[in-house]
Design a protein. Structure first.
Lengths: 478, 478
């Protein structure tokens, strides 16, 4: 029989995969995606800004090779007639910080980002956060996810430990796990991470059983995702002191900073941030335009001690290289059109935060109206996009028969049957060194409600459905 | 004496750095930056597209919160009057692949990227490269640097070996080194990587002395950076067969693909690419809009077997997340305005490649006119942005006194004194297992000349100065 070449076997790609690829954890929230697609579902699931808040609702681009300009539609603006009237143009003076210009923006920029925008952002950080030391620097990122990637790659090795909030953003937990960084949650109360719990955790850290001693803590201190909590100034001071004691770096991931509800609106200053309290240069602050301007801008910025800022940016040289020039030009022009710093701080932030504040307070009053008080504990709400509603598992009929996690899952499933989607707290739970008693666990179960996106009538319908599910679960009369 | 708290010592940040940060290698070319800034320098140093080629020369954005549209200037278009006339707008039909729309683009998109643009790009890959197997997929990246980062992170661990071209792009060598990936250069001739040299390298690979057996080879097969070379179809077939023999993945980094000079211009097909020859799914093709549209778009795309494409995109979920929506909307609108696939392939590519082809041929004729034939060997040129000019070290007066590297450096310095900047080949030399004899080394020394950016009169002046320097160095009469 003549020699015959066998049919080539399909390639086995797995042998080419890196350790990261083999161990990759994707965001836990991805498993919820099929539920979003159920017809008629009211979703309190995602923290996506409403497109009506996007800063640009249409544009035209002038295309030399096509010898014409073309219109690009946007939210509620489907034809060229809906373009807002073109304002007379005055070229920015050299002294003006914001200089939108495509001839520059469409070429390679420095990794730190377009200089004019950096100057503006540095001034903005100074005006709003007023860092207490001199050697800080600002650099651009391609959004907060990119910023977080820069921080993790720059500071952490496989096997390192990073402290995070007890309930943390899956978009942080999953890349950390993929990179082999062990996240450990620090217990929280309604004011965020507890300083004494942090101190105790560090005091009792045992490398032999717990792995490498943590060298940084990452928090979302304002209107946090998932908890919607905002840390008070005092709590920040307390946590900062503990960080000093144990020489921890603090990563302040603060995309919702400007969405906080302030007692007297724009007249109240924002709650002092970690970077504004920092005297040592141990705070890395990550800002983003995603939540207050548009997620699709993929534009953010990091403020940190210049030694750290340089290392963070060096890491981007071989990653994103620099943010999109279309984004830089457009966002610079938007900030200029809004009236620079004054317009941003005095007019735009109050406007955008008010949109979410109203939604937040509306959601709270809907829950108060439709959900039986014996089933959930409704938080005060601090703005942003999320409410963190505690399930009163301790009064659930099955409290002695099933675990808190099982009851939480059952509540979630009942709500899905009733066509309303909230995210159970289990999806946000960071690995923890704390063992809860059965009673403690019953008091530590939550739903994350995102109120950012649904139209008002859907919010009400969603709250009604939640009430119905909760009554079923807790066997409470209507 | 009362206890006095000592003044806090400045923080030592180095203890927080990751292994990557400690070992980070930045692009070797960065050391050349000061030379760029010398007044009067004619630079053949950088491969940056000329801003006159950018696809958008101005735009307007409609800003609801400012209740107006504003103008953003661009190349040669400094006021609203220079905007090209706005074409009548017809909304894309559902069947049309390109659907520029800011309401979508400014929100989060799937990591694979905006679906409409992906459909278009997949069709483009099919039309131009016609992969021979079915299970391939296209995904968007935030540019080629991001695409390369995705490939390295997905496939390589610290200590892995990656094969690269003997002279390789520093923007590849430096992140690989930072990530602890050992690059090994494969010997080249004027047709790129030599298949027999690749086979020999693999045949004789000894893990004990050389480290892990390579599992992938990355090449820039068209108008390569730095060598300006374009691999023939036959060479690609030969290299592909060797890759099959040793089960190597092939990464085809091809940003200059559409800038190749074709014998009959647009009437000649492009030289078949690796992905068009691939039957196994072992080729990962990285495309970019940076060189043919605009670097600042930070938009590229990867085509690969769907198993690999999925892993590559999963890695981006926790990095760039998705490309800029402003870029996606603008580039989609540009592609639409250019007339879709036909316009891109039949009109735009011939137009843009012609610009660089003319520059390439002009640079060659200038070198022929001004540089003594005894000092350099001028390549044929294949388009793109670079010429790779061999220094005839073998006929340099100091050939027996100094090493080839020293003479190359001396030529570079003489040119700097004469105010013309080319990049010596030492900056591109990948680590190698091949030991060259003194004679071989004398014949393996080059200058990279980038002809992409300088205006024609500067090109001529630069060539004159090069001629002057070369005459000095080789002690040749004018």
């Amino acid at each position: 029989m003549p020699y015959m070449e066998e049919q080539a076997a399909p390639m086995d790609f797995t042998k080419y995969f890196s350790v990261e690829t083999v161990n990759r954890q994707r965001s836990a929230l991805k498993v919820l995606r099929p539920y979003f697609e159920i017809p008629g579902m009211v979703s309190f699931g995602t923290g996506i800004p409403h497109p009506s808040t996007f800063p640009v609702n249409a544009m035209t681009i002038s295309i030399p090779f096509a010898e014409k300009s073309v219109f690009i539609p946007g939210y509620n603006s489907l034809e060229p007639e809906s373009l807002l009237p073109l304002a007379p143009y005055t070229a920015p003076s050299k002294a003006e910080p914001l200089i939108p210009d495509l001839a520059d923006a469409l070429s390679y920029s420095a990794t730190y980002g377009a200089k004019h925008l950096l100057v503006w952002l540095k001034e903005s950080i100074k005006r709003i956060h007023a860092p207490k030391y001199d050697d800080w620097e600002v650099c651009l990122t391609a959004g907060n996810t990119d910023g977080t990637d820069a921080v993790l790659r720059t500071l952490c090795n496989r096997g390192d430990t990073m402290l995070v909030e007890e309930f943390a953003y899956p978009g942080l937990l999953s890349p950390a796990a993929t990179q082999g960084i062990n996240c450990v949650g620090v217990p929280m109360d309604t004011d965020g991470v507890k300083a004494d719990a942090l101190d105790e955790l560090m005091e009792n850290w045992d490398e032999a059983t717990q792995g490498r001693t943590p060298k940084l803590i990452l928090m979302v201190p304002t209107c946090s995702n998932p908890c919607g909590m905002t840390m008070s100034e005092q709590r920040k001071r307390d946590v900062y002191r503990v960080a000093q004691k144990w020489d921890l770096l603090i990563v302040e991931d603060d995309p919702y900073c400007f969405l906080q509800i302030r007692p007297n609106g724009a007249d109240s200053p924002i709650i002092p941030t970690f970077i504004s309290l920092d005297t040592d240069g141990r705070v890395i602050r990550i800002d983003s335009f995603s939540k207050i301007v548009a997620p699709g801008s993929r534009l953010g910025y990091i403020s940190a001690h210049k030694v750290l800022a340089e290392k963070l940016m060096n890491s981007r040289e071989s990653a994103t290289q620099c943010p999109s020039g279309f984004s830089v030009a457009a966002i610079s022009a938007v900030l200029r059109a809004w009236g620079g710093h004054e317009g941003f701080e005095q007019k735009y932030i109050p406007y955008i935060s008010d949109i979410y504040a109203k939604r937040c307070l509306n959601m709270i009053s809907l829950l108060e109206r439709y959900a039986p008080a014996s089933t959930i504990e409704i938080p005060k709400g601090s703005g942003g996009m999320f409410l963190w509603v505690r399930l009163k598992i301790e009064s659930h009929p099955d409290v002695n028969k099933r675990s808190a996690d099982e009851i939480e899952q059952s509540v979630f499933q009942t709500m899905i049957e009733d066509r309303v989607l909230c995210v159970p707290s289990v999806y946000f739970k960071a690995p923890s060194k704390t063992v809860l008693t059965r009673e403690e666990a019953a008091r530590n179960s939550y739903l994350r409600i995102s109120f950012a996106l649904p139209p008002p009538e859907e919010m009400e319908e969603g709250a009604k459905r939640m009430g119905k599910s909760l009554r079923k679960e807790w066997q409470v009369e209507a």
